[in-house]
Ligand binder design. Structure first.
Ligand code: FES
Length: 100
């Protein structure tokens, strides 16, 4: 069963990705155009952190081969590459929670 877990005491700055490690998972939390997102900090293509890449529009772009993933849905830009795993997020009293 999933539950809400506090991962940050304040929201990431707009346009930045913050690494969080929770329940043995490497994740990132980001604020993009005023909305919070959380995804697995590992490119589904090869084993590299997505936080080494950058945000472009509503997607995170991997630094290695440039494939990108929708921050909200995880949708992969490549048909033969898995989607990124995403997690629900919420902000309460400034603190950031994810559902995991
Ligand atoms: S490792 Fe991320 S696009 Fe290839």
């Amino acid at each position: 069963m999933s539950s809400w877990i506090k991962v940050l005491d304040q929201a990431p700055k707009e346009g930045t990705m913050v690494e969080v490690n929770i329940k043995d998972k490497d994740l990132f939390v980001t604020m993009n155009n005023g909305a919070l997102y959380c995804g697995e900090n590992r490119c589904p293509h090869e084993d590299i952190k997505l936080t080494l890449g950058c945000l472009k529009g509503n997607r995170v772009k991997c630094s290695l081969h440039g494939y990108s993933f929708d921050l909200a849905t995880g949708d992969s830009s490549e048909e033969d590459v898995d989607d990124m795993k995403t997690y629900n997020t919420k902000q309460e009293n400034n603190k950031i929670y994810i559902q995991i």
